[in-house]
Design a binder for this molecule. Structure first.
Ligand SMILES: Nc1nc2c(c(=O)[nH]1)N[C@H]1C(S)=C(S)[C@@H](COP(=O)(O)O)O[C@H]1N2
Ligand SMILES: [Mo]
Length: 430
């Protein structure tokens, strides 16, 4: 290879190759109605002769690390955090998954959103215990080691805060990223012990119909859960994406209630009390209840609605050329599997079915994709998810009309992104 070649020559050669590739691509596009196979639309044609040996091929690589972290070039991919009470309790608040920067469906553990009512407790796993008591035949206490002896299950599920997407309840659309609006939802592979196993071992006394779950944080966050859910698919999760649950997610153990509002998945789980009704704790009365125009609040909204967001393109991205793009996003439902996602580029006037990427897990993110030719004019992008139970993601107008203005819990309506003629993307209320 000729290392003396000037950079201008290289650039000229590369441009010529790109022009040729573009011409070929245009011919292909006009020949074929399908756009599959043309997704190298943004790539450059290969020109092996012109490829220089980069500096990192001329020196030894760095040695192994005991625990890996992302590339230093990915430092902008972070979870932004906000605390409403920064001065009094700096640990109380939330940080959000930056969906606009991620692909696939599993949230890296270090980017799983966080919602703490009083920060992350520093729990010594050797001293942590889970107590099961109340309306049981024999109260039981488990340490981590005892729990680890039970048969475990692994499930891929989302956790989503009831307050997720609440930013879109404001009258004016906030011009912030997909993660800033919808980042209180993340997916992990959770491994742990089915709660039903532990409750059966304790023996459920007749008349017990609810449980109270309490965390070992300074907020002693606690919620009531119907016994039927506890016996269905609830889990005491010990592992997250193959390693011990992260401190932020409830180390050394958390309750996981697949598909239900995140608040009920009590972290740092220390106590489960069987009761004959909801306890009406501080965390489930003033918060997480949806206020209706008649002044009455819905008492509980446990199951989260069917939902989807386009993550590319979304606010902060810029379409820098006309032509082919792949619209990509995530869809999920608290009721089960995603059955279908439709995408509109004209604000809901017409819809096309997106491709769903398998495996499609219940109560988890499903990645959807759709090739889209942008001709350089203004467009209005939306996605609409439908789950296996037939639930359809509502429009913003249909959802918000059920509640008082600004009701910012359980918001799962269609997200609209406006594409301007200059390729910039904005958040739009439609
Ligand atoms: N003990 C305890 N459990 C808790 C919380 C908390 O502050 N303390 N926050 C709840 C809320 S409001 C949500 S949305 C989820 C967030 O889970 P994550 O931080 O793992 O994303 O945990 C829930 N469990
Ligand atoms: Mo939450």
């Amino acid at each position: 290879m000729n290392t003396k070649r000037t950079s201008q020559e290289l650039v000229a050669k590369r441009e010529a190759a790109v022009t040729l590739a573009n011409a070929k691509r245009r011919r292909f596009l006009t020949r074929s109605a399908s756009v599959a196979g043309t997704l190298a639309a943004g790539g450059m044609a290969a020109n092996a002769a012109a490829q220089e040996v980069p500096p990192w091929m001329k020196t030894m690589g760095t040695p192994m690390r005991a625990y890996g972290t992302p590339s230093k070039f990915e430092e902008s991919v972070r979870r932004p955090s906000a605390s409403g009470y920064a001065k009094v309790t700096p640990g109380a608040g939330a940080s959000r998954t930056p969906h606009q920067s991620l692909e696939g469906t599993i949230t890296p553990s270090g980017l799983h959103f966080e919602r703490h009512h009083n920060g992350v407790p520093d729990i010594d796993p050797a001293k942590h215990e889970l107590l099961i008591h109340g309306m049981v035949n024999r109260p039981l206490v488990f340490n981590l080691e005892a729990l680890s002896r039970y048969p475990m299950i692994s499930r891929v599920h989302f956790v989503e805060c009831a307050g997720n997407s609440g930013a879109n309840a404001q009258a004016k659309p906030l011009q912030v990223t997909a993660g800033a609006i919808h980042g209180l939802a993340s997916v992990s592979e959770w491994t742990g012990v089915p709660l039903s196993l532990l409750l059966n071992e304790a023996g459920i006394a007749s008349g017990a119909s609810w449980i109270l779950a309490e965390g070992a944080d300074a907020a002693a966050m606690s919620r009531s859960v119907p016994l039927a859910k506890a016996m269905d698919d609830a889990m005491v999760a010990l592992y997250q994406n193959g390693e011990r649950v992260r401190p932020e997610q409830g180390y050394p153990m958390r309750l996981l209630l697949p598909g239900w509002e995140g608040n009920m998945s009590v972290k740092w789980l220390r106590r489960i009390k069987l009761t004959d009704g909801p306890t009406h704790t501080k965390d489930e009365t003033s918060k997480y209840s949806d206020l209706q125009p008649d002044g009455k609040a819905r008492q509980f909204t446990f199951e989260l609605g069917v939902k989807s967001i386009i993550t590319f393109p979304s606010f902060g991205h810029k379409l820098d050329r006309h032509g082919l793009y792949e619209i990509s996003g995530i869809a999920w439902s608290g009721a089960g599997r995603i059955a279908k996602v439709e995408v509109s580029a004209d604000g809901g006037a017409s819809w096309r079915d997106a491709q769903l990427q398998g495996p499609i897990y219940s109560k988890s993110f499903t990645r959807f994709r759709l090739p889209w030719e942008w001709n350089g004019t203004a467009a209005t992008l939306q996605s609409r998810a439908i789950d296996e139970k037939g639930n359809v993601q509502p429009t913003r107008t249909a959802f918000t009309s059920q509640y008082v203005p600004g009701m910012n819990y359980h918001n799962h309506y269609i997200q609209t992104w406006g594409v301007a003629a200059d390729g910039s993307i904005s958040n739009v209320h439609a």
